[in-house]
Write a protein that binds this ligand. Sequence first.
Ligand SMILES: [Zn+2]
Length: 378
Amino acid sequence: MTRLLALLLLFIWPATARCADGAAENGPRIRVAISRGVSSLKLKTSSRIYAQEVKSGQKYLLLENAAYEVRPLGKGIAVAGQELSSPIKLLASDGRERIRLGGNLYKGDILIMATPGGRLDIIECLSLEEYLYGVLPSEMSPDWPLEALKAQAVASRTYAMKFINPARDYDITNGVEMQVYKGTERINSRIIEAVNSTRGEVLKYKGKLVTAFFHACCGGHTASVKSAWGEDVIKPLYGVPDPFCSPSRHYRWEFYLPTPDLLKFIQSQGSTALKIKSMRIDKKDRSGRAASFKFTTDSGSTVVQTTDLRKRFGTFEFRSTYITGVAAVKGGYELDGRGWGHGVGMCQEGAKYMAMKGRPYRKILRHYYPSAAIVDYE
Ligand SMILES: [Zn+2]
């Protein structure tokens, strides 16, 4: 027996794919891609849920405590064997929990969209402030000082707002490529306080939102957005000296690069070398980060970008491009490095130590985003 009940025609109105419901009282809303390109979705309901076609407004009732498979079907979406036009919205009739994915619980409105490649994107629509409750514990430890958490709340709010774009299918993804979001997991009273006490506050420069990048640890000087990604630099993202993060365990590190692996890497970059004679830093940016390395080989010299080298050897071990020394050692080269991450914007370890020294969050933000104003988003 199909568990999808008959089409209900009692409530037909065009649903919005723009996630605008409740915008007035709860501030801006954001659409987060919580899962992308999946071939199917197993849906377990804990309350009565409607699957609503966004285009027609037609609603289908899904039973309470039942399991459904949702999968792409042509340009549409099949739910329990019945084809619905894409996208569909899941609406809980009583406001209780909505969806569990990968062990995470999502309480916002859920939109399921068929992609041109025959897959499904799962998008959660929720208020920006509720979204931040989910971002903060993933991007900063919930037990860090409150003023650091508040600084993170303002940075994350600003960063997310910068990407709100109704012309796209969703505003932001949920992984490290943007900012990590795992639904309602790990939310505690300190997280709620950090978000609520900074409600609506964002960073602006000359009236525009700053792309408020942040990273784990800068190693003593934050990077300019230009040297990190070649983007036009504005004063808040130009890079500043940071005397605060030096107690961090990420402040200094060493990493060993075996010569055979380096040789393979430069060969993949077009070098015909069979032997590496030396490796040294080629160019440094203003913050001290190594922009490129030069390899002297048996067939001339080769320059490689540090970001490419870092990607090849893993951004977890090769923690940053902030390399202060290269030494030839047995069978390879040893790098002395500093910090962890791209280095642009707020240094989270520095923010933690500033907060531990009693600096309020506004002072932390002014340090890492100089000349940016902390203003209300309206
Ligand atoms: Zn730092």
